[in-house]
Design a protein around this ligand. Structure first.
Ligand SMILES: [Fe+2]
Ligand SMILES: [Fe+2]
Length: 482
C-alpha cells in the first residue's frame, strides 16, 4: 500500500515537472515570437499534452506557488540544477502576475492555454495595483477561458514560504562559507595567496545573516555530517563569535572584523601536515609541538594577505593568541604578561565550544552534549583560560539548552531545541520542534513551539524534563535545518 502511494507520488512529480517545463517553454516562446511561429505552436502542443496527462491521472490540476516553492496538487516539486531555469521562470511569472494558485479542470483545450499563457505574460509585465487579479479574471472570461481559475497567494503560505526562504538563504550562506574555507586552505597549502575579497564577502554574508536571521544560522552549526571538520569549524566559530559580538554591542564594522578574525583564526593549520591534523591516535611529542606552531604560522601567513586594506592586524593577533588563554598557560608561550585582545577572548570561547561539540576525528569518547559543555566551560573557565563573562554571553546566545539539543518533555514528547526564547526571562524555555509525539510516533507537524506558552489555567503547556541523546531517537539535529 505504502509502495503504491510512493509510486504515485513519484509519477506525479515526474508529470508535474514535465508540465512545468512545458509551461516554461510556452511562456518563453510566446514572449519571443508571434503566435503563428512554429516553436510557439509546438510549445502549446506540449503544454496541452502534459496538462491532459496530469488531469487524466489526477482528475484535477492545481499549481500553487508560495515564495520559492512550487506545488502541483499539493506535492512539492523540488528545485534542482536541471530544472532550475524553468522553475524559477515559472515562479517569477506567477509572482509578477500575482497569481498564487492556478486550478485547471478537465476539458481544457489548446486554445484556452494559448489565451491564458499570453494573459499571464502581459499581467506579469504590469505594475501591481489593487485590482490586478480581478482584471486578469475579467480578461480570462472575455478570452473564453472556462477551465482555469486563478487565486491570490494565501497569507499563511506566504509566511511559510518566507520561513523556507530564510532557511534557504542561511543555508546558502553557510555552504558558500564552507566552500571558501576549503579554497583558502587549498591555496595556503599550495603557497598561493587566497582571494581576500571572497573571504570578505563570505564573512559579510555571515554578519548580515546574524543581524537578520540569527536563529537559522546558529542552527546550521549543528550539522555535523560534513566530511571535514576543519572546514565547518572556521564557519561555526565565525557564527558564534559574531553572534556574541552582536550581544556585546559591537558595531557592524567591528562585527565584520571579528567575523574575519574568527574565519581566519586557524589558517595556520593549512601548514601542518594533514596526517597530524587528522590523526585519530594520541599525538607524539613532536607532532604536538608541530600542532602548537599553527598560531604563529597563521599570524605569519596573514601578514602576507593582500587586499585587506591595511595589514590584517586584528586577525593576526587572534590567530596568534587564540590558544594562549587568559591565564597564558596555553601556547605559544608568552614571554611577558599580556592582556589578550577582546577579539581573541571571544574567539577562544567560540573555538573551545565548537571543538567540543564536534565529532572530531581524534575524539575517541562520545562527544559531550552541548549543555554539558557549557556547564564545563562555566565551571572550568579558570583552568581553560577563558573569560567567564563571555561564556555567559554564549549561554545567553544559545540558551541553557543550546540549539540542537534533544529533549524529553513532560508531555512525553521528544523535541529538538530550535532556538533561544526571544524573551530573555524565559531562557530555560527555548523554542523547540517536536519530533516524536507522546505515543512514540514520528511527528508529522514539525512547526516551532514556544515552551513559554501557557494553558488556560496559567500552567505551562510543556516543560523539559530531561536531555537525551539524539542518536537514541535516530535523529540528526542538523537535519532540522536542511
Ligand atoms: Fe586553533
Ligand atoms: Fe580553532
Amino acid at each position: 500500500m505504502a509502495g503504491a502511494t510512493e509510486a504515485t507520488e513519484t509519477e506525479l512529480r515526474q508529470s508535474g515537472r514535465a508540465f512545468l517545463v512545458a509551461m516554461y517553454a510556452a511562456l518563453r516562446s510566446l514572449k519571443l515570437y508571434p503566435v503563428e511561429n512554429d516553436q510557439v505552436q509546438k510549445s502549446l502542443d506540449g503544454l496541452t499534452r502534459t496538462a491532459d496527462d496530469l488531469i487524466q491521472r489526477e482528475s484535477e490540476l492545481e499549481v500553487r506557488v508560495a515564495g520559492q516553492l512550487l506545488f502541483i496538487n499539493s506535492t512539492r516539486l523540488r528545485l534542482d540544477l536541471h530544472n532550475y531555469a524553468s522553475f524559477s521562470y515559472v515562479l517569477a511569472t506567477f509572482r509578477q502576475a500575482e497569481v498564487g494558485i492556478m486550478s485547471v479542470t478537465p476539458g481544457i483545450d489548446r486554445r484556452e492555454w494559448q489565451v491564458f499563457v499570453s494573459l499571464m505574460l502581459s499581467f506579469a509585465a504590469r505594475d501591481s495595483g489593487p485590482n490586478k487579479l480581478s482584471e486578469l479574471r475579467e480578461k480570462m472570461t472575455l478570452g473564453g477561458i472556462t477551465h482555469i481559475t486563478v487565486d491570490p497567494p494565501a497569507a499563511s503560505e506566504a509566511d511559510l514560504a518566507n520561513e523556507e526562504r530564510q532557511k534557504e538563504v542561511a543555508k546558502r550562506t553557510y555552504e558558500r562559507c564552507v566552500a571558501i574555507t576549503n579554497e583558502l586552505a587549498e591555496s595556503a597549502r599550495m603557497g598561493r595567496t587566497a582571494s581576500v575579497k571572497k573571504v570578505k564577502r563570505a564573512v559579510q554574508g555571515i554578519v548580515d545573516q546574524i543581524l537578520n536571521n540569527e536563529v537559522t544560522l546558529i542552527g546550521l552549526t549543528t550539522i555535523r555530517d560534513y566530511d571535514d571538520y576543519t572546514f565547518t569549524h572556521s564557519v561555526n566559530v565565525s557564527i558564534f563569535a559574531v553572534s556574541m559580538g552582536k550581544r556585546l554591542g559591537l558595531s557592524k564594522l567591528q562585527l565584520y572584523d571579528l567575523g574575519m578574525s574568527a574565519f581566519l583564526h586557524d589558517v595556520g593549520k593549512a601548514r601542518i601536515p594533514k596526517e597530524v591534523l587528522n590523526k585519530t591516535d594520541k599525538l607524539t611529542q613532536d607532532e604536538w609541538l608541530a600542532m602548537q606552531l599553527h598560531p604563529t604560522l597563521g599570524a605569519i601567513a596573514l601578514s602576507g594577505f593582500r587586499g585587506y586594506g591595511d595589514i590584517p592586524y586584528r586577525p593576526m593577533i587572534v590567530a596568534y593568541e587564540h590558544h594562549m588563554g587568559t591565564n597564558l598557560k596555553g601556547y605559544p608561550k608568552s614571554l611577558r604578561p599580556r592582556e589578550l585582545s577582546v577579539f581573541s577572548k571571544i574567539i577562544t570561547v567560540a573555538d573551545v565550544f565548537d571543538a567540543a561539540t564536534s565529532h572530531r576525528v581524534y575524539r575517541t569518547q562520545e562527544p559531550l552534549k552541548p549543555n554539558e559543555i557549557l556547564q564545563e566551560l562555566l565551571d572550568d573557565h579558570e583552568r581553560l583560560g577563558i573569560d567567564v563573562a563571555l561564556v555567559k554571553a554564549l549561554i545567553n546566545l544559545l540558551g541553557i539548552y543550546p540549539v540542537g539539543t534533544c529533549v524529553i518533555l513532560d508531555t512525553y514528547e521528544v523535541a529538538i531545541v530550535h532556538g533561544v526564547n526571544p524573551d530573555p526571562a524565559q531562557i530555560h524555555r527555548p523554542l523547540i520542534r517536536i519530533i516524536y509525539t507522546a505515543d512514540g510516533n514520528r511527528a508529522t507537524d514539525e512547526h516551532v513551539v514556544d515552551l513559554a506558552e501557557t494553558a488556560a489555567d496559567g500552567s505551562f503547556k510543556r516543560t523539559i524534563i530531561k536531555i537525551t541523546d539524539p542518536e537514541k531517537y535516530h535523529v540528526n539535529p542538523g537535519d532540522y535545518y536542511l
